[in-house]
Design a protein. Sequence first.
Length: 172
Amino acid sequence: MQNLHFSPQEREKLEKALKLFFERSSTQSDTIVGLNTFDIISYLGFLVDYGFFVDCSFGVGKKAKDTWIIFIRKDIPNIKASWGVYPRICFHTASNQIEVSIDISTSKHKITKKLYEFAAKPKVSNYNSQNSQNAYFSYPSYDIDSIITKLEQDLQWFLQLPTSELEYAHKI
């Protein structure tokens, strides 16, 4: 497995994408007009080389209370924000807090409409609790280098989880 360590050029792309994401997330408007995700995702295209696809959302129809960027492993099909386990960066607009953590979706499966629990949940919960002191940052006084370092750490840890713990889930 490739060791995940961003080059200075990759860190620069991440910094541009994240600053743009935080700036757009912090707007007071309820509309998502002009909050395009394409340029943010395009800055992060290099993550494919590390085994990740990227998705980003400011909301559907109107701006969400929590906006996010998620990092989806290429080797796990059918993972979406509403179905899966993934590293994410979340901007909580009510508190102007940035959270960098591993997340497990809580939505129902699209097809079965059942809630599922992923086998990786205990490991993810343990990892997040052990790393919670480095997971939250205040906007606009955040340290971008610390956010990127935390993301890098989360992505590396996440790549080591067996796919079997991320693909399959059991019904709750």
